[in-house]
Design a protein around this ligand. Sequence first.
Ligand code: ADP
Ligand code: MG
Length: 141
Amino acid sequence: MIERTLCIIKPDAVAKNVSGNILAMIQNAGFKVLGMKMIRLTPAQAGAFYEVHKERPFYQDLINYMISGPIIPVALEKDNAVEDYRKLIGATNPQNADAGTVRKLYGESIEKNAVHGSDSGENGIIEIAFFFPKAELSANE
Ligand code: ADP
Ligand code: MG
């Protein structure tokens, strides 16, 4: 089934200048880029994006990290996108991620783990809409 998922290249990966490498991995894996931009989040935006984690002890740290520098949200589409993208990026903690995954290659810690990925097709649509008005997505859509 054709699905959409949101990638965010997080501040640590943008700062390390590996955004292009990560995008190449994503495109080589067959994902279509529907939208992409480099932005800086406000604390309120970061808090809203990660609202689902607001009761977790790492919530405030996560917000501080996500506003620490520019990020690159990328709207992706592919058959089985959610599962295939999560396989490509690897486990949340880079130490537990499989060899050759984005997080293994570029993540620094369980927090500074280089990229975001949606956890379901439903959330993929919602998260893409958080960053991209419909008019900004690929003209084919
Ligand atoms: P994922 O990004 O793999 O879907 P989660 O949704 O569980 O992982 O967490 C969202 C983000 O919060 C992670 O990508 C990571 O940046 C951060 N995070 C998750 N767990 C921890 C933790 N135990 N300590 C610090 N930061 C964490
Ligand atoms: Mg998640």
